[in-house]
Ligand binder design. Structure first.
Ligand code: PBG
Length: 346
């Protein structure tokens, strides 16, 4: 070895290189240092239940169906077999009216579905969405400022807050009476958690948890859902109650209010364009179980790209769901739930 060569070797030895690649060398090592692990138990599977027989696929959500009560039970059984322990129900009523009477009817479609699932699969956690928009003929999330409810100080067509709370409380109690395990108010009305908590406690359901859609944005990613649930507003939008996508400090305020009012779990919705919001809310309320809603538009984008052969559906879906959990969600409401559970198992 020449002197020069020797010196070069010494220099190399002195070179300090940090080597994170050491722990990426094998599958086994990577598994040992993995920080986030998805599990089928993290998923809540949304189901759309309608009157009639059979199932019909939703055009803008391939693989997602409007289901009869019988088919809803079948789909919940498929979820259970794949290891998914929870479903969230959305109802499409027979008829719509300004208040949405079927929403709290004893034989309403969601009421039938809750009873049927709890009868056939008692261990399945049945979550119910508590809102008006699928049931009202105008498609809004509350009682509107018109007709007998007209309030001169507010614009015509404005979603009235306090009269809507009474309806939400009725809906929650009706779901509780059928055996729902968790109620999830999604209408972003002020005071909705207090109103529902109070009504449930008064009716003897003090042990029924509330999952609050605490931080819900006025998002365009809900497009396909509105076709699925037939709940698009007939005019206007939801900006007077859902949050402005530009805001994150306001998310903390919404979450704090709902914790104060007695929510048992919080939700951020949508998930992907709001991963930062999930993180901020989780850090501010680490004691609260946190859900994130991987919404219809997020689902359909993956399905469309996969159908074109542009992305690998399984890998992209699992990567997406991992990102939501990594951001701080404990639970993920996702239309991918059953597929993802199967991919995780294989
Ligand atoms: C309201 C509700 C909506 C969604 C869940 N609950 C629609 C809305 O707020 O307009 C959207 C879910 C999705 O896009 O997957 N009941």
């Amino acid at each position: 070895m020449t002197l020069l060569e020797h010196e070069m070797t010494i220099n190399n030895h002195q070179l300090l290189i940090n080597r994170p690649r050491r722990l990426r060398a094998t599958d086994a090592l990577r598994a040992m240092v993995r920080e986030t692990e998805l599990n089928a138990r993290d998923f809540i599977y949304p189901l759309f239940v309608r009157h009639g027989e059979g199932r019909s696929e939703i055009r803008s959500m391939p693989g997602v169906y409007q289901l009869s009560v019988e088919e809803t039970v079948r789909e919940a059984e498929a979820a259970a077999r794949s290891g998914v322990n929870a479903v969230i129900l959305f109802g499409i009523p027979e008829e719509k009216d300004p208040i949405g009477l079927e929403n709290f009817a004893e034989d309403g479609i969601v009421q039938q579905a809750i009873r049927a699932i709890k009868k056939e699969i008692p261990e399945m956690v049945v979550v119910t969405d508590v809102c008006l928009c699928e049931y009202t003929d105008h498609g809004h999330c509350g009682i509107l400022n018109m007709g007998e409810h007209f309030h001169a100080g507010l614009p015509e067509g404005y979603v009235l807050n306090d009269p809507t709370l009474d309806v939400l409380a009725k809906v929650a109690i009706s779901h509780a009476e059928c055996g729902a395990d968790i109620v999830a108010p999604s209408g972003m009305m002020d005071g909705m958690i207090s109103a529902i908590r109070d009504a449930l406690d008064f009716s003897g359901y003090e042990n029924l948890p509330i999952l609050s859609y605490a931080v819900k944005y006025a998002s365009s990613f809900y497009g396909p859902f509105r076709e699925a649930a037939e709940g698009a507003p007939k005019f206007g939008d939801r900006k007077s109650h859902q949050m402005d996508p530009a805001n994150v400090r306001e998310a903390l305020r919404e979450a704090a209010i709902d914790v104060e009012e007695g929510a048992d779990m919080l939700m951020v919705k949508p998930a992907l364009a709001y991963l930062d919001v999930i993180r901020v809310v989780k850090d501010a309320f680490p004691e609260m179980p946190m859900a994130a809603y991987n919404v219809s538009g997020e689902y359909s984008m993956i399905k469309a790209a996969a159908a074109n052969g542009w992305i690998d559906e399984a890998k992209v879906t699992l990567e997406t769901l991992t990102s939501i959990k990594r951001a701080g969600a404990d639970l993920i409401i996702t239309y991918h739930a059953v597929d993802a559970a199967k991919w995780l198992a294989s």
